[in-house]
Design a protein around this ligand. Structure first.
Ligand code: ADP
Ligand code: ASP
Ligand code: MG
Length: 413
């Protein structure tokens, strides 16, 4: 008897009809003799709506209270699915994160899971009950409700699968697997039967929101058998979706590039005409780090007559905070600069593939392809298995499309 953790995202539970549909799929798997733990997101759009309500009251809502509000979306769907399953004659019971207990730290709005007490779930499973758990939420040691960051239900599911030593963790969403790039942008994108853990980790960290990055990290740490599938097809079709694999040394047969990821939520900070002296990078980035702002790419231009331009990227929700920190340091005389500028109209496009390690010339082909369309590259960063460029946001879709074609991702491997 297999133990399966299934997670259904927001669009998969976005209406009563969709919830009934999920119930039918869960019932199908239960009737095949599996023990099931089902993790749900809030109905699509609901988390945004809830956060919007809080922001109508305050531009800086207390993060503890934000989590109290945001976590309610999942409480609704778990209750509704349990009712739907009971209507179909199955035993089902819902649990909030705190009721399980999914134990987190107290970093409200981006809490980390510290441990999961499986005793409530084990007890229900042994009685033949389908356990329905609210994704995205947990509880800290003082009993405060926490949430795990946007897209966090994926992480709830994988963490539960690891803690329960489940046979498989299935992430059901509105596409039938992981594609070479976002199928909403490139209609020729191809579904991958398998994707290596390392590639999935890069794709997720570079913006592919099909899996939240922390869920992929968890899966790698505990070697969870993780699969991405469609919640919209017929359950009996047994479509395979995309399996995340952990084997190494697959490079020989693998294509050079496996996928293209993009992130719209980047913003660029430029400090123009700053003094070019030892310690300047620390003078600029130290206070930004102290303010708990994550910096992604960094570029320092070659200095001229003792001055240089220094740029870095942050998440666009943190741009104003980063600018405020830099202006404060500047006004306090910690560094001198001609101007401090922010730009939200940029995006990041990345090529990912473990085959890249053994192939030269990928970067030059990428740059040539973009140049041929007149797309200017503002920043570049590379690692063993990825190349990222920052470009103007208006070119995002064009860039993804032409790169997808240039690297033959539309053709079967
Ligand atoms: P859910 O609500 O089920 O969690 P998400 O919207 O978070 O769903 O993630 C699924 C979406 O991820 C897809 O609808 C698709 O537009 C997007 N996506 C981005 N990159 C990829 C990719 N490489 N493969 C598949 N989907 C992708
Ligand atoms: N409902 C949450 C969100 O919208 C969590 C999730 O969907 O995974 O971010
Ligand atoms: Mg998601």
């Amino acid at each position: 008897m297999a133990l399966i953790v299934q997670k259904y995202g927001g669009s998969s539970v976005g209406s009563i009809e969709r919830i009934r549909n999920v119930a039918r799929r869960v019932a199908y798997h239960a009737r095949q003799g599996n023990r099931l733990v089902v993790v749900l997101s809030a109905m699509s759009g609901e988390t945004n709506r809830l956060l919007g309500l809080a922001r109508e009251l305050s531009s800086h809502p207390d993060p503890r209270e934000l989590d109290v509000v945001a976590s309610t979306g999942e409480q609704v769907t778990i209750g509704l699915l349990s009712i739907a399953l009971q209507e179909m004659g199955l035993k089902a019971k819902s649990f909030t994160g705190g009721q399980v207990w999914i134990h987190t730290d107290d970093a409200y709005t981006k809490a980390r899971i510290l441990g999961i007490d499986c005793s409530n779930i084990d007890r229900e499973l042994s009685k033949g009950v389908i356990v329905v758990v609210a994704g995205f939420q947990g509880m800290d040691k003082n009993g405060n409700i926490t949430t795990l960051g946007r897209g966090g239900s994926d992480t709830s599911a994988v963490a539960l699968a690891a803690a329960l030593k489940a046979d498989e963790c299935q992430i059901y969403t509105d596409v039938d697997g992981v594609y070479t790039t976002d199928p909403r942008i490139v209609s020729e994108a191809r579904r991958l039967d398998t994707v290596t853990f390392e590639e999935m980790l890069e794709m997720a960290s570079l913006g592919s929101k099909v899996l939240q990055i922390r869920s992929v990290e968890f899966a790698g740490k505990y070697k969870v058998k993780l699969r991405v599938l469609s919640s919209l097809d017929d359950p009996e079709s047994n479509a395979p979706g995309t399996l995340i694999t952990y084997e190494e040394n697959q490079v020989m047969e693998d294509p050079i590039i496996s996928g293209i990821a993009y992130a719209r939520d980047e913003a660029k900070v430029s400090i123009m005409g700053v003094e070019d002296r030892p310690g300047i990078a620390h003078a600029l980035l130290g206070p930004v780090a102290d303010a708990n702002i994550d910096v992604d790419m960094i570029v320092q231009n070659i200095g001229e007559s003792g001055h240089t331009d220094f740029s870095f990227t942050v998440n666009n929700t943190e741009l104003d905070k980063a600018l405020a920190v830099l202006n404060r340091e500047h006004d306090a005389g910690k560094f001198k600069a001609r101007a401090i500028l922010g730009d939200k109209n940029i995006c990041k496009v990345s090529l990912v593939g473990i085959g890249m390690r053994t192939h030269a010339g990928i970067a030059s082909k990428m740059f040539r392809t973009l140049a041929a369309e007149g797309i200017n590259i503002l920043m570049i960063s590379t690692s063993e298995i990825k190349i990222s460029v920052v470009i103007e946001e208006k070119y995002l879709e064009l860039a993804v499309r032409i790169l997808h074609k240039a690297f033959d991702l539309d053709k079967a491997a």
